[in-house]
Design a protein around this ligand. Structure first.
Ligand SMILES: N[C@@H](CCC(=O)N[C@@H](CS)C(=O)NCC(=O)O)C(=O)O
Length: 212
């Protein structure tokens, strides 16, 4: 187990197999942070049980509890992007050190979490959950394609979203993976597909995506 002085770094990771949780999982794996997996069965209502609501009144995963998070006191943290940035700062990995490079990383981190991921969720809901007509489905699909295209343009002349591999790439990956079928149907997104292939073969990504 990793230790900082005498403090244990093992943390608890409350997880369901969703894109939001998987991006936090990728960061845990990539930063080599030991964690204990706490599976949350949302269909069974685990997230609404009093024990979980005491940790997160918003009743949502992912969530981490870092026993040594806050000057030795436990840190309870939700929101996948906040978890990723916390782990990056704690371990000194996957976040550039200069303000400008860090700001650009945040730009792409938020693009992944506030533009791409919600677009993926809406397409999924329209395709599989709610009765929706063709007009709605094609509007949402075109909107997702536009966000994918923004990422593809960015990746035209660089390997990763920032100048190096960062939290932004790990944040985007599970959202794109969830719609990989559409990605493969859009030939103009070759750079995003190449990027996807690069990340897909990383052992940390493979381990995180295999969590159940
Ligand atoms: N913006 C949040 C979204 C968290 C979220 O919506 N989590 C979903 C699973 S992906 C959840 O737990 N929903 C509660 C439920 O299903 O009742 C994040 O990035 O962590």
């Amino acid at each position: 187990m990793l230790t900082l002085g005498r403090m244990s770094l093992e943390l608890e990771f409350y997880f369901s197999p969703t894109a939001n949780c998987r991006r936090a999982a990728i960061m845990l794996e990539a930063c080599d942070v030991p964690y204990r997996l706490r599976s949350v069965d949302r269909a069974a209502g685990d997230q609404k049980r009093p024990e979980f609501l005491a940790l997160n009144p918003a009743a949502a995963v992912p969530l981490i509890v870092d026993p040594a998070g806050d000057n030795g006191a436990p840190l309870v943290l939700s929101q996948s992007a906040a978890i990723m940035v916390y782990l990056a700062e704690k371990t000194g990995k996957f976040l550039p050190s200069t303000p400008a490079a860090r700001a650009l990383t945040y730009q792409w981190l938020f693009q992944a979490t506030t533009d791409v991921n919600p677009a993926v969720s809406l397409v999924f809901l329209a395709d599989h959950v709610f009765a929706s007509n063709e007009e709605t489905r094609s509007f949402l699909s075109a909107r997702l394609r536009k966000f994918f295209l923004d990422c593809d343009n960015r990746l035209a002349d660089r390997q990763y979203l920032a100048d190096e591999l960062t939290v932004a790439d790990f944040a985007l990956y599970p959202a794109v993976e969830a719609q990989v079928k559409r990605l493969n149907e859009w030939p103009e997104l070759a750079h995003l597909r190449r990027w996807m292939g690069d990340l897909q073969s990383r052992p940390d990504v493979i381990r995180a995506m295999a969590l159940k």
